[in-house]
Write a protein that binds this ligand. Structure first.
Ligand SMILES: [Zn+2]
Length: 405
C-alpha cells in the first residue's frame, strides 16, 4: 500500500461554513497561499454554487494555486457540477468533489429519495464530472450511519463511473475509533474495484473523536484525510490537520506511512487563520495552543530545563513555535525563576534567590502570572550584589542546582 497519506485541507470550505469563521475573497487567497507553503496536497476552496462570493473565491484560489490540487464541492445536480467546474477550470490541478447522502435518515427525510434513485444520481454525476475533469472525488454523506451493503454498492458503482477518490465522511461525528477503522477495512474487502481508488475519510468532532477516527482509518489503509487548521468546521468542527500530522510524525513506528506536510509551517498557519477570522485558538489546544509547549509546574519546569525530553514529546521548533514557554506563576520553582533571571541578565547567589523567590511567590499567589518587569523589580529590591550580563562577579556562590518547590 502507498506510504503517502494525502492531506486534503477543507479549512476554506467546511471550516469557513462554521459560524464566525467566514472569510472574504482576499482572506481566502491569503490562507490558500499559506496552505501551499504548508504543502497540503489538496485545498478545498469552497462550494461554488452556494454563493457568488464562494464562486469567486474558488475561482481566484484555483487561478493562484501552483502546486496543490484545488477542489470545489458540488451536489450531484448538473448545474452544481457546471458551476464548480466553471470556478475550477483554470486551476493547474483541478478536482471536482461531488456528494450525495447515503444514510436511510438522510435519504428519507432530507432528499426524499430511494436508494436506487440516489445511486443513479451519483453515477450520473460522477460520469458527467469525469467528462469535464480527470480528478473526481465522490463523498457518501453520512456514510457511518448508512446501510453497509448499500455503501458497498454505491461506491463500486461510482468507481466504475470514474471516481478516483472515495470519501467516507463521519458527517455527524458519531463513529468510534475502532468501529471506523473496521469500516475502512470492510470497504477494502468488499467494494469491487477499490484497489483502483483512494479511500478518504472526513471526520467531525461532535463526540471529540475526529482525530482518533481519522488516525484509526489511516492505520487501516485510508490514504486521504480531510481536515482543517485548528480543527474548525461545522458544529464541533473537523479533525485538526496539525494533530493528525504530528501524531504520525511523533509516532512513526506506529504507521507505515506519512504526509508531505512541512510541519514547521503548522504554527504560522494556525496563527494566520486566527488572525484572519478573529477567533483565538483555545490555550490548551494540542500542537498549536498557547500552552502546548508552556510549563508552569515547578517539577515540570525543572525537568524541561534539565532536558526537554522529560516533558516534551516533540520540539516546539518542529511545529514552528520558537522555544518552549516557561510561565512563571504560583506553581513555578526556584530553578525556573533562576533561569528567567539569567535570561534577563541577572545572576544571583543562592541566598538572594531565596529572598527573590519568597517575594515572587507572594506576588504569584495574588495574580495569575508574573511578568518579566515584575521579576526584575523584585530582584533589584532583593539583591545584595548584582551582575548584569556578566559585568561583575558575584561574591556569593552561584546557584548550580535549584531545588524543586
Ligand atoms: Zn464536514
Amino acid at each position: 500500500m502507498d506510504d503517502h497519506v494525502i492531506v486534503f485541507d477543507t479549512t476554506l470550505r467546511d471550516g469557513e461554513q462554521a459560524p464566525g469563521f467566514n472569510m472574504n475573497l482576499e482572506e481566502k487567497v491569503r490562507m490558500a497561499a499559506q496552505l501551499e507553503r504548508l504543502q497540503v496536497d489538496v485545498i478545498e476552496a469552497g462550494f461554488p454554487i452556494a454563493s457568488e462570493g464562494d464562486f469567486m473565491a474558488v475561482r481566484e484560489v484555483a487561478r493562484q494555486t501552483r502546486t496543490s490540487i484545488v477542489a470545489g464541492l458540488c451536489r450531484t445536480r448538473r448545474n452544481d457540477i457546471d458551476r464548480a467546474w466553471e470556478a475550477l477550470q483554470h486551476a493547474q490541478k483541478p478536482r471536482i468533489h461531488t456528494f450525495i447522502a447515503t444514510s436511510d435518515i438522510h435519504l428519507k427525510y432530507k432528499l426524499r429519495k430511494s436508494k436506487a434513485e440516489a445511486l443513479k444520481e451519483a453515477v450520473r454525476a460522477v460520469k458527467y464530472a469525469k467528462s469535464l475533469c480527470d480528478d473526481v472525488e465522490f463523498s457518501a454523506e453520512d456514510a457511518t450511519r448508512s446501510d453497509l451493503e448499500f455503501l458497498y454498492e454505491i461506491l463500486a458503482a461510482v468507481i466504475d463511473a470514474g471516481a478516483n477518490v472515495l470519501n467516507i465522511p463521519d458527517t455527524v461525528g458519531y463513529a468510534l475509533p475502532w468501529e471506523f477503522g473496521e469500516l475502512i477495512e470492510k470497504l477494502h474487502e468488499n467494494v469491487p474495484g477499490i484497489e483502483n481508488a483512494i479511500l478518504s475519510v472526513h471526520c467531525h468532532d461532535d463526540l471529540g473523536h475526529s482525530v482518533s477516527n481519522s488516525i484509526s482509518a489511516i492505520a487501516k489503509g485510508a490514504r486521504q484525510v480531510e481536515c482543517t487548521i485548528n480543527g474548525i468546521g461545522e458544529r464541533a468542527g473537523n479533525a485538526a490537520l496539525e494533530e493528525i500530522v504530528m501524531t504520525m510524525r511523533t509516532r512513526p513506528n506506529a504507521f507505515n506511512c506519512d504526509t508531505k506536510i512541512k510541519a514547521e509551517e503548522l504554527f504560522p498557519t494556525s496563527q494566520l487563520l486566527s488572525k484572519i477570522t478573529g477567533v483565538a485558538v483555545q490555550p490548551n489546544k494540542s500542537i498549536v495552543g498557547d500552552n502546548a509547549f508552556a510549563h508552569e509546574a515547578g517539577i515540570h519546569q525543572d525537568g524541561v530545563l534539565k532536558n526537554a525530553l522529560t516533558y516534551e514529546i516533540m520540539t516546539p521548533e518542529s511545529v514552528g513555535v520558537h522555544g518552549n514557554k516557561m510561565v512563571l506563576g504560583k506553581h513555578s520553582g526556584r530553578n525556573a525563576l533562576n533561569d528567567r533571571l539569567n535570561q534577563l541578565g541577572l545572576h544571583v547567589g543562592k541566598n538572594d534567590l531565596q529572598k527573590i523567590y519568597e517575594e515572587f511567590t507572594k506576588l504569584a499567589d495574588a495574580q495569575k502570572n508574573v511578568t518579566n518587569a515584575e521579576i526584575v523589580s523584585i530582584a533589584k529590591n532583593n539583591m545584595t550584589c548584582q551582575r548584569a550580563n556578566g559585568a561583575a562577579k558575584a561574591t556569593e556562590p552561584e546557584l548550580s542546582e535549584a531545588g524543586i518547590s
